[in-house]
Design a protein around this ligand. Structure first.
Ligand SMILES: [Zn+2]
Length: 146
């Protein structure tokens, strides 16, 4: 997979950020169309950077500095985060994805069920997206960020 940069976009309707290659999609959180001129919070060159920037963008400003330090130091931070208390989230996503790291809801559903999590597929995707673990490719395809 190669890309010319990744954008962190902020939805004007729900104010949540998500990662995207390019622009011009709907918000994964509230469904609002991003429009022709979405708010690009920043552009980064790698998927790993994107993950950090999305997580930071969704964090209250006063907490960002300490979060950034922890993120840069410890990539596993996501596992200690509040409502996703299970550590298997990245593994579930990886298992559902093909060799390019891409998956659809249909692929994710059985993997999630087998994992024994009570989460809805859509909830799982929302959480993973807001943590910067995923980037949406189109309406029904996501790419797992390493
Ligand atoms: Zn939104």
């Amino acid at each position: 997979m190669s890309g010319r940069g990744w954008n962190v976009l902020r939805c004007s309707a729900c104010n949540t950020c998500h990662g995207h290659r390019g622009t011009g999609n709907s918000c994964p959180h509230c469904g609002q169309k991003m429009g022709k001129n979405p708010t690009v919070v920043c552009t980064v060159q790698s998927a790993a950077d994107l993950r950090i920037e999305v997580a930071l963008a969704n964090t209250p400003e006063e907490l960002r500095d300490s979060l950034r330090k922890r993120l840069v130091k410890n990539e596993q931070l996501f596992q200690s985060d509040d409502q996703v208390s299970f550590t298997g989230l990245p593994q579930i996503l990886q298992r559902a994805a093909d060799e390019d790291g891409v998956f659809t809801v249909k692929q994710l559903q059985p993997v999630l069920q087998k994992s024994g999590q009570s989460l809805d597929v859509q909830d799982l995707i929302d959480i993973a997206e807001s943590q910067g673990l995923l980037v949406r490719l189109d309406t029904n395809r996501w790419q797992v960020l390493e």
